[in-house]
Design a binder for this molecule. Structure first.
Ligand code: ADP
Length: 447
């Protein structure tokens, strides 16, 4: 039994975990930096511990301080949330070594999936279809040229340790490869301390569709359908929906079963997301995230399954609450990521929120840590709210989303609310006719 959970995170995800704990009668310990003393997750937790200074390296990434906080407060498990230490195998190992339960997958899977070269190898062995590309890492420009000629241009040079859309460079032709290769390597080295890169065919106009996997320690593995995440800028998701406008139930069952079988073959445990690019009716695996995803609420809305509660129960050794046959997909859900950022430059716009009014009413869920008078610190991610809307079908969902976006107020800083208001009235969004390049190459070029 898990009685007390330390939440090693901040912002909306810390609140999300806290709410699941409340629903399950589990005590919570918040940790926070000096910049977050007034944060909502600190206010709402049963206990809180300051773990260091404002920069993440001193606080939310400070493993000894987090472990000490857990030991001092008598927590028996740690939930890492999303980002920060959530995909850090060393952290999971330290948590384990202190006799605490890490609420996440097995260490071996965090390690394997954290290295994308290794992830693709594991995925291929588990029967997943891959984007055509190099067989493992590519060390020299000559090797890169040979592989790219086989794979066919354009190609993408990707960092093995990549994340957040960084360390990725396109080479449209052979003439561009040397430059793409060296700049991907140096960006990867600077961002991740690892310059290992690999090569993939740069798919022309795919959609990003991912499958949610849930696995327990009793050998049960299910999928909870897909999330369509093609509305992206700089390879970062901005709006997600479930189900995808382009999959029918037959295709969903098929790719879902392939993903669940692969997870079973790996011996996977907990929540996992297999990300695919989808083009001309074919799926190509790109990576697996071994944690809760930012966009998990849309899956919760259409399945009625609380993913965080499920994750906690799995960590406590319990069986999945549902079998695959019991999973049903009902209605439609869309999530808008609301970032405190400039609408054109996307630079963060931290500062004091003078007025915050979340939307409400039927079908509307706002996961946010904002309140009027709160100062958004400049040190962390710019995501300040997730607006999640449910409707009986896609059209109903979009109508409710327009209503919710009109109600939302975050003042005085610019946020992505205005962009979302434009998006939900755009013909391509309304028809579901968009790919991963649509936002940057089409939408932003409309007048
Ligand atoms: P990260 O871990 O940095 O998010 P991913 O491998 O998940 O990187 O890719 C992020 C995004 O980059 C994808 O959603 C897609 O938009 C784009 N992308 C990745 N690989 C390819 C590819 N082979 N062809 C075209 N686009 C790609």
């Amino acid at each position: 039994m898990i009685k007390k959970i330390l939440i090693a995170n901040r912002g909306d995800v810390a609140l999300r975990v806290l709410r699941a704990c409340r629903d399950m009668g589990i005590q919570t310990v918040a940790v926070h930096s000096t910049a977050d003393a007034d944060a909502m997750h600190v206010r709402l937790a049963d206990e809180s511990v300051c773990i260091g200074g404002a920069p993440s390296a001193e606080s939310y990434l400070n493993v000894p301080a987090i472990i000490s906080a857990a030991v001092i407060t008598g927590a028996d498990a740690i939930h890492p949330g999303v980002g920060f230490l959530s995909e850090n195998a060393d952290f999971a190992r330290v948590v384990d070594a202190h006799g605490l339960t890490f609420i996440g997958p097995r260490i071996e899977h965090i390690t394997a999936m954290g290295d994308k070269v290794e992830a693709k190898r594991t995925a291929a062995e588990s029967g997943l279809p891959l984007v055509p590309g190099s067989d493992g890492a590519v060390d020299t420009v000559e090797d890169a040229k040979r592989v790219a000629a086989e794979v066919g241009y354009p190609v993408l040079v990707k960092a093995a340790s990549g994340g957040g859309g960084r360390g990725m460079k396109v080479a449209p032709t052979a003439d561009d490869l040397a430059e793409a290769f060296s700049s991907a390597r140096s960006e990867a080295k600077a961002a991740f301390g690892d310059d290992t890169v690999y090569i993939e065919r740069y798919l022309d106009n795919p959609r990003h569709i991912e499958i949610q996997i849930v696995a327990d320690s009793h050998g049960n593995v299910i999928h909870l359908g897909e999330r369509e995440c093609s509305v992206q800028r700089r390879h970062q998701k901005l709006l997600e929906e479930a189900p995808s406008p382009v999959l029918d139930s037959h295709q969903r069952d098929e790719i879902g079963a392939i993903a669940a079988q692969a997870a079973a073959k790996m011996g996977y445990l907990g929540l996992g997301t297999m990300e695919f690019l989808y083009e001309n009716g074919e799926f190509f695996f790109i990576e697996m995230n071994t944690r809760l995803q930012v966009e998990h609420p849309i899956t919760e809305e259409i399945t009625g399954i609380d993913l965080v509660c499920e994750q906690i129960r799995i960590a406590a050794g319990e069986k999945l609450s549902v079998s695959q046959d019991q999973v049903t997909f009902k209605g439609h859900a869309i999530e808008c990521r609301i970032n405190a950022e400039h609408p054109e430059t996307f630079f963060p716009t931290p500062g004091k929120v003078t007025n915050f009014h979340p939307a409400g009413g039927p079908g509307v869920r706002v996961d946010s840590f904002l309140y009027s008078g709160y100062s958004i610190p400049p040190y962390y991610d710019s995501l300040v709210a997730k607006l999640v809307v449910y409707g009986d079908d896609r059209e109903h969902c979009l109508a409710r989303l327009r209503r919710a976006l009109d109600e939302c107020i975050i003042e005085p800083m610019p946020t992505s609310l205005d962009l979302h208001r434009r998006l939900v009235n755009d013909d391509d969004i309304i028809s579901g006719n968009y790919t991963i390049r649509w936002l940057e190459e089409e939408f932003f070029n409309k007048d």
